[in-house]
Design a protein around this ligand. Structure first.
Ligand code: HEM
Length: 150
């Protein structure tokens, strides 16, 4: 259980911490320093690298989380069900960002269609913002659940 929990938490740190950095630090800095075409190119480069890590983190969180649930053997505490619900919601939002927006953003940036690319980046920003909040809420609810239950 300890190794699975370690991998689970490391993956959460990479995913939620990466989104927090992108949203709270990189986004306002890029707006301050770069003109739109360069800024959009930067985001495609950033997402292309970060999303590889997010796919790996999502796979690990799901695998280790479901395995730890299995170890509970039918007596899973309520906070784990809440975590599963919030976690799957976050994963669905990420898949939506990746398949509905990011791939189109990459195509528009390659073709230098800046207004379309800007609109897509705005949508990605909204959903990443939602996922940062859900991620922090999930960690808070888990830790509260652990505190109350054990
Ligand atoms: C999506 C499916 C997920 C499943 C099935 C799952 C399942 C689990 C299970 C069974 C545990 C062990 C609980 C215990 O020791 O009592 C755990 C621990 C934990 N999970 Fe998840 N989890 C999921 C997603 C997430 C997400 C998205 C986050 C955060 C954004 C998260 C954060 C944590 C944390 C911080 C712990 C450690 C709790 C402690 O202090 O012991 N999990 N998870």
């Amino acid at each position: 259980m300890a190794l699975f929990k370690l991998l689970h938490i490391l993956s959460v740190i990479i995913w939620v911490g990466g989104m927090f950095f992108a949203y709270m630090v990189l986004r306002p800095s890029a707006v301050q320093v770069l003109e739109p075409p360069l800024r959009l190119r930067l985001w495609v480069a950033v997402f292309s690298r970060f999303f590889v890590w997010v796919w790996a983190a999502v796979a690990l969180i799901l695998f280790t989380g479901l395995y730890m649930m299995h170890l509970y053997g039918g007596h899973t505490p309520i906070y784990v069900h809440i975590m599963l619900t919030l976690g799957v919601t976050m994963m669905a939002i990420f898949a939506h960002v990746y398949f509905a927006y990011f791939r189109k953003l990459r195509t528009h940036v390659q073709a230098e269609h800046w207004p379309e690319a800007g609109a897509l980046l705005g949508k990605i920003r909204t959903f990443v913002g939602i996922n940062v909040i859900l991620g922090i809420l999930t960690v808070c609810s888990v830790e509260l659940g652990v505190l109350i239950t054990h």
